[in-house]
Design a protein around this ligand. Structure first.
Ligand SMILES: Nc1ncnc2c1ncn2[C@@H]1O[C@H](COP(=O)(O)OP(=O)(O)OP(=O)(O)O)[C@@H](O)[C@H]1O
Ligand SMILES: [Mg+2]
Length: 265
């Protein structure tokens, strides 16, 4: 179900409602289609509902409404059915897993695509995912003996190895140093170009969102507060309304948007 140059994938989200028990977090959310070959950054304050939205798109929390990938309705599919199309990298990473980085990557691949691959092919793909993230040297290390940033990179390897049509990344760079942050963002851009997939990435770094995403969706209290190109969605007015900060949005000498926050109000 991967997009080709001619027919780009589209993910349609219509009247989506998600909550926990009786508490509604997202109510009848509509979004113009997310398109293959684009990175959408999902930003917004703590507790806005970003993780809840991604978990709903991944089929990990019950949702009402429609999540449609081209003509496949995803709501109502089993977790396994969902996982064939959508991969979600969680914000909080499991701590105590007695697998090596390579084993974890391979088992992520086998759990979604194992039936279609030879053992040698699966091994090669797992090794390739580690290489693309620059963590080949961690392959035989236990997940439980890694640093926080190394664990985050290992978790990313488990997401990208599946080659999903829709890749949902929840703050994938929160534990990374600046080199690894950019490396990951560059890899995401490469994957989107190569495979024409749909990526939705939650970020708190607004300048990074502006630089690497073609579209920015700002979520506030479970609703869309702004949606558009980085220039359209990231403005001093939106930042004041959504984040309660006085901020300037300026271009650096290379033309990239920068956000300078002067004070919290
Ligand atoms: N498992 C849960 N049970 C009940 N309420 C939850 C659960 N998970 C999240 N919530 C609530 O849902 C709301 C949205 O949380 P969510 O995790 O989606 O926010 P977020 O935008 O990802 O925030 P952050 O930037 O802090 O990660 C919050 O009010 C939170 O307390
Ligand atoms: Mg979150």
């Amino acid at each position: 179900m991967q997009g080709t140059g001619e027919t780009l994938l589209q993910l349609h989200i219509g009247r989506l409602s998600v909550g926990y028990g009786r508490r509604r977090i997202i109510e009848a959310l509509d979004l113009p289609a997310l398109e293959g070959g684009t990175v959408t950054a999902l930003i917004g304050p703590n507790a806005a509902g970003k993780t809840t939205l991604l978990r709903a798109l991944a089929g990990l929390v019950p949702a009402k409404g429609s999540i449609r990938l081209d003509d496949v309705e995803l709501t109502g599919l089993s977790v396994a059915g969902h996982a064939r199309h959508v991969t979600y990298m969680p914000q909080a990473l499991p701590q105590r897993v007695a697998l090596t980085v390579f084993e974890a990557t391979l088992s992520a691949l086998m759990s979604s695509r194992g039936d279609a691959l030879s053992a040698a092919g699966a091994h090669a793909r797992a090794l390739d995912a580690l290489a693309r993230l620059g963590i080949s040297d961690l392959a035989m290390r236990g997940l439980d003996e890694l640093s926080g940033g190394q664990r985050q990179l290992a978790s990313l390897a488990q997401s990208i190895v599946r080659e999903p049509a829709v890749l949902l990344l929840d703050e994938p760079t929160s534990a990374l140093d600046i080199h690894h942050q950019l490396r990951v963002m560059q890899l995401v851009a490469e994957l989107v170009r190569e495979r024409s997939i749909i990526v939705v990435i939650v970020l708190h770094d607004i300048a990074q969102a502006a630089r690497y995403a073609q579209r920015v969706v700002v979520l506030q209290n479970g609703a869309v507060a702004a949606d558009g190109t980085p220039e359209a969605a990231i403005t001093p007015e939106t930042l004041a309304r959504v984040y309660r900060v006085e901020a300037r949005v300026e271009r650096c000498s290379h033309g990239f948007l920068q956000v300078i926050v002067d004070r919290a109000v």
